[in-house]
Design a protein. Structure first.
Length: 92
């Protein structure tokens, strides 16, 4: 257990940041699930594309804050975009 005041404050700050990061990460995971649900249910590429843009925006925000690594964000966005392009190919 921390003894100095500064160490105790650091513990409080770390806990607060950890909870904030978990909430943001959870929100993005929920957004990804929502996108996947829309992609599965709807065959309209425009609706799926709108949801994809929102999802990519949220992923970029996480990467900008340093909550997830930039390469991880890029990989997730690429995977989601590949799904959209596969749906567009089937629609043709």
């Amino acid at each position: 257990m921390a003894h100095s005041l500064s160490a105790k404050k650091r513990i409080r700050q770390n806990e607060k940041r950890r909870m904030r990061n978990r909430a943001r990460n959870s929100a993005v995971k929920t957004q990804i699930k929502k996108y996947l649900h829309v992609a599965k249910q709807t065959k309209d590429p425009e609706n799926i594309e709108v949801e994809l843009r929102l999802t990519q925006k949220r992923i970029d925000q996480l990467a900008a804050k340093g909550i997830i690594h930039k390469n991880t964000a890029s990989r997730k966005k690429s995977q989601l975009a590949r799904q959209l392009s596969a749906i567009k190919e089937k629609a043709k």
